[in-house]
Design a binder for this molecule. Sequence first.
Ligand code: ZN
Ligand code: ZN
Length: 339
Amino acid sequence: MPTMKAAVVPELGASLVIRELQVPDPGPGQVLVKMEASGLCHTDIHAAHGDWPVKPHPPFVPGHEGVGVVVATGPGVTLHKAGDRVAIAWLGYACGHCDYCIGGWETLCEEQRNTGYSVDGAYAEYAVADDRYVVSVPDSISSFEAAPLTCAGVTTFKAIKVAGLQPGETAAVFGIGGLGHLALQYARVLGARVIAVDVEDAKLDLARELGADYAINARTDDPVKAIAELGGADVAVATAAAERSFEQAYASLRRGGRLACVALPADDTMTFSIFDTVLSGKSIIGSIVGTRNDLADVFALHAAGRTRVIAEPRQLADVNACFGEVLAGRVPARLVFTF
Ligand code: ZN
Ligand code: ZN
């Protein structure tokens, strides 16, 4: 049997270990993908630490920004064939027949399985994935750039959409990391005025370079006050996994404003005023990743030159050091394991 290297979470809270595993056989309806690039999403760190109410079961392989080439197909595969380049996203499987699936909201399917969480993911040289839930990658997009688009891109694209951002409105993006650097670009694509908020000057410089109209350092300035002086935000997108930034994002909204909750802080709570929410007509919206259609749109926008992916390559063997880099906030935007 052929083997592959994979980064495995041996138990929740432990360091990952590189193990030699058997290359999985594609089962019915599955494709076997030889990985070319695999992005590191903050979710992978939460998964490995068991930070969230629903916990993964170790040992497991994290990773849900996998991009590679189909090298084998299981029985009944009809949508992809050997040689196709595909993206493996968070939504690894959905039932396909419940009202959410039929209504174009497969990301809410109650039978869904999640890549790198409830099924083994993309921190490996090979992975199996459901033929119906992998998404084709256009030839003009490199696997390295497609990887961050597969979660960070589609997740923020969807959040901006469900928040109903309109041309001429003001969008405040809290956290300019893997997600935020793409969120601000989608807000610009829609014709909004964009305010970037972070605690690192380097990330704010990046935000300006990517087209943010304003950049606010929440460590040295009060972002709520600064955004109020700019007229308030119609949409705030919370992409930083810090509880405080959710409350600041909410407080930065003007009347009629919408807060899109995207990041998932381990603490899992935020405090807000019901009185203010009602009288000011504010909304708090949860937005979970995006559908296959959303990802296809994200790829098309990138292929058309509307977005830039900021990422640095890493080796899978350095996965634990990479987690440390992300937690220390030292990463420009995204880290991508290349194979
Ligand atoms: Zn993710
Ligand atoms: Zn379903």
